[in-house]
Design a protein around this ligand. Structure first.
Ligand SMILES: Cc1cc2nc3c(=O)[nH]c(=O)nc-3n(C[C@H](O)[C@H](O)[C@H](O)COP(=O)(O)OP(=O)(O)OC[C@H]3O[C@@H](n4cnc5c(N)ncnc54)[C@H](O)[C@@H]3O)c2cc1C
Ligand code: SF4
Length: 338
């Protein structure tokens, strides 16, 4: 195992102190539970000289949920989200997604903020320093080429694998951000810019597996919020290699409304396939009628066309594409009939 390099940990107790620490240490990184960040530091993937521990900031620990709305602070633990009775009752997709993350000890340490900002993953990246060095690194770190797609023209396809984001996307969540320019609230979808388009240069709005968050220097996630939609049924499911503790091969969140025999609303979001969580566009066109083969085939087509699983994991891309489609179909049927 690699030794941890030296770094300082700052322990602010208010959001203003966090902002001041970020401003004073531009190379710092926020520390949630450290269940991903510390692994990456140990592997020499990142080497921040200063970590800003977000866990003592009281205002980041708020969790409020009722039949009307939801608000969760960035430092709330995954296990709290999974077990909160009002989240379980009114926002089951979110509670189920949280319960599906890693293992119990990770869920007791891991936070909402860390999960939303989880680094993208790739079999050529999540390796020890000597392993990556032996392969001449890759362009997500210090190398010059992508081993997954050698003709990628500078684009990285590392995969976003957080489980909470797709669940929150189906709830139409917004995210509160704090930074040097103020405290904007933006749709959660806008936090993720990992489009990985080879024909469009990487920019502040169109990124890839390396530049996958829209956060600007000094910005942090403060909280997420969502309004409840009366009558919305929702759920989350994922396929993973080891069921007890593993990132998604593919993870799918579905939220829908049924009115009589009619599918009145449908939202589907997927993780583990692209450099961003994907909220499927075009599900509106599947609503307004019965849940029949036309809807299932239409959903299959949307999944097929909008996800982009590359060879960034041990499971092949075509398998992850199939799995995502099957999970989406299953959840749709179960929730509609439920
Ligand atoms: C064996 C194993 C299995 C795992 N399985 C899963 C899984 O199934 N699903 C899954 O989603 N994850 C999984 N993970 C990853 C990780 O445990 C979770 O994603 C966890 O939620 C990360 O949260 P954290 O608070 O520990 O983040 P940290 O490791 O502390 O931080 C992660 C990143 O977020 C940044 N960050 C933290 N807080 C903020 C903030 N408030 N604002 C801005 N940036 C912030 C950090 O700087 C860092 O870049 C697994 C990890 C391991 C080791
Ligand atoms: S997708 Fe390519 S550039 Fe990105 S981490 Fe993997 S090998 Fe590196």
């Amino acid at each position: 195992m690699d030794a941890l390099p030296d770094f300082r940990v700052l322990n602010p107790t208010t959001l203003d102190e966090v902002m001041a620490a970020r401003a004073a240490h531009p190379d710092s990184m926020p520390l949630g539970g450290g269940t991903d960040l510390v692994v990456n530091i140990r592997r020499g993937i990142v080497a921040p000289p200063v970590l800003i521990d977000m866990n003592r900031v009281k205002e980041l620990h708020a969790i409020k949920a009722d039949a009307k709305s939801l608000e969760i602070g960035a430092s709330v633990r995954l296990s709290e989200i999974a077990e909160h009775p009002d989240v379980v009752e009114h926002y089951p997709v979110l509670a189920q997604a949280a319960a599906h993350i890693a293992g119990p000890t990770h869920r007791n340490m891991g936070t909402l903020g860390g999960n939303l900002c989880l680094d993208t993953r790739c079999i050529f990246y999540n390796q020890s320093e000597w392993w990556r060095d032996a392969n001449n690194h890759c362009l997500k770190t210090t190398g010059t080429m992508c081993h997954v797609a050698p003709k990628s023209r500078g684009v990285c396809f590392a995969t976003y694998s957080g489980d909470l984001a797709p669940a929150l996307l189906t709830l139409g969540a917004e995210v509160d951000i704090a930074g040097p320019q103020g405290r904007p609230t933006v749709p959660l979808e806008r936090l993720y810019i990992g489009l990985a388009r080879q024909d469009v240069p990487v920019s502040e709005t169109q990124g890839d597996g390396k530049f996958f968050l829209s956060l600007r220097p000094g910005e942090i996630v403060v909280a997420v919020r969502a309004k409840n939609t009366p009558g919305l049924r929702s759920g989350y499911d994922k396929i993973r290699i080891r069921k007890s503790i593993e990132y998604p091969v593919a993870g799918v969140a579905v939220a829908l409304k049924r009115e009589g025999d009619t599918l009145a609303d449908l939202r589907v979001a997927i993780t583990g396939t692209n450099p961003r969580p994907v909220l499927l566009a075009g599900t509106d066109a599947l609503c307004g009628g019965k849940l029949d083969e036309r809807v299932f085939k239409g959903l299959d087509a949307l999944v097929r066309d909008q996800i982009m699983p590359m060879k960034t994991t041990f499971t092949p891309g075509h398998y992850r594409r199939r799995v995502a489609g099957v999970l989406a179909r299953r959840l749709l049927k179960r929730l509609f009939e439920g």
